[in-house]
Design a protein around this ligand. Structure first.
Ligand SMILES: Nc1ncnc2c1ncn2[C@@H]1O[C@H](COP(=O)(O)OP(=O)(O)OP(=O)(O)O)[C@@H](O)[C@H]1O
Length: 218
């Protein structure tokens, strides 16, 4: 599903964020990406999300070489990805329903399809009753679940999550991880960047570790 081959990323006026990184993730695999602050985790996720381009090497996603992909193709390929962030990135002046509907509106779905898919996504994260609420009236855990519903509403092949439990207490973190495991069980590939070593060890999935831009043996 995902292949990094000798990937390097250097930001202008900064050192190397990633150095000769190679690894593969199989379809339906769930892995944690860990490492100290500044190790390169967010950079690695941004390369997959096509928000940054690597300086050297190749990134293959679902059989396609996305290394030097043209700007116009990016929105189309991004539909296969669900992105989840630590700070939720919800629109606070829109309802839960509208936040989750956003990727479908962008993709041009009909009103009927949007309503059906948004409800299905909210059901998966146990938020069906909250579709008319606004994000700021929800708890942190609920806001993160809205973010997850928005990420999965397009039925992506891969979920990328950057510190998704960074603002959640241990119980809510476990709940969010359980959701990721359920997506994995239906064939979605899941890559989660996190500092939460305790959580990683408890769940026992594959761990990819970055150390100063280099990936340790995995
Ligand atoms: N847009 C940018 N421009 C210049 N340098 C950057 C940029 N983004 C990241 N860097 C640098 O690249 C290195 C890796 O950063 P990155 O954010 O990928 O690490 P991280 O492991 O995600 O850290 P954290 O856990 O703190 O989020 C750091 O030295 C950082 O300062």
């Amino acid at each position: 599903m995902l292949r990094f081959e000798h990937v390097c990323k250097r930001y202008p006026d900064a050192g190397d964020a990633l150095i000769d990184v190679s690894f593969r993730l199989a379809r339906g695999e769930m892995a944690f990406l860990t490492g100290r602050s500044g190790a390169g985790k967010s950079t690695l996720l941004k390369l997959i999300a096509m928000m940054e381009q690597c300086t050297r090497g190749n990134v293959m996603l679902d059989g396609k070489d996305i290394t030097r992909i043209g700007e116009r193709k990016i929105p189309y390929l991004r539909r296969n990805l669900g992105l989840i962030f630590q700070d939720y990135k919800l629109l606070n002046d829109r309802t839960v329903f509208d936040n989750v509907a956003l990727p479908l509106i962008v993709s041009g779905y009909s009103h009927q399809d949007i309503a059906r898919r948004v409800r299905a996504a909210l059901d998966k994260v146990s938020l069906l009753g909250k579709e008319k609420k606004y994000p700021l009236s929800l708890s942190g855990g609920e806001q993160q679940r809205v973010g997850i519903a928005r990420a999965i509403v397009n039925k992506p092949k891969m979920i990328l999550a950057d510190e998704p439990t960074g603002n959640l207490d241990p119980d809510l973190s476990a709940e969010v991880m359980h959701m990721f495991e359920q997506f994995m069980q239906v064939g979605v590939t899941v890559l989660i960047a996190t500092h939460d070593v305790e959580l990683i060890h408890r769940l026992g999935h594959r761990v990819l570790t970055l150390d100063n831009g280099r990936m340790l043996a995995n």
